[in-house]
Design a protein. Structure first.
Length: 157
């Protein structure tokens, strides 16, 4: 075989592999995301219930509400608004926490749902629907509690 013939075959095979790779990446990037707000909640809980469950057994809570394929459970959480803020991307963040509670539920909204937080005030009782990400925990080094984290949120009532 000639050197040019071998190089030509290698380039063709490399090109085909490259095209397949680009196709897979584009497919994954542009795959439609799950519409959390139009999907029924997997769990309806109160702030107290989810925080207590998380603090008593964080690993068990994560096993119950997280899935290996990345489609974590959708939760509707009812609680009292303890604070209202924004994250580094200017998305609204509500902290649902009951008076005297050790930890709360940090709910991060999307750009498309930020406006729904404008009418909410500290002390209001709301139900927020979103995707569960992390259980509440206690950090012994800092001697403080971490909140349950819920993302892609919107207010349901």
């Amino acid at each position: 075989m000639k050197k040019g013939s071998i190089l030509k075959k290698i380039l063709i095979i490399g090109g085909v592999i490259g095209i397949i790779g680009v196709g897979i990446v584009l497919y994954i990037m542009f795959q439609p995301h799950r519409d959390v707000q139009s999907t029924a909640a997997d769990f309806n809980v109160t702030t107290t219930e989810i925080v207590t469950e998380s603090l008593e057994d964080p690993e068990g809570a994560n096993n119950k509400y997280l899935t290996e394929d990345g489609d974590s459970k959708i939760m509707a959480i009812t609680g009292t608004v303890a604070s209202i803020g924004t994250d580094f991307e200017n998305n609204a963040v509500l902290l649902l926490k009951e008076e005297g509670g050790k930890a709360g539920v940090q709910c991060t909204f999307l750009k498309s749902t930020n406006a729904h937080v404008k009418s909410v005030k500290v002390g209001d009782k709301v139900t927020v629907k979103g995707v569960y990400r992390v259980a509440a925990s206690y950090d012994e080094d800092f001697e403080e509690y971490g909140n349950v984290i819920v993302e892609e949120c919107d207010i349901t009532q």
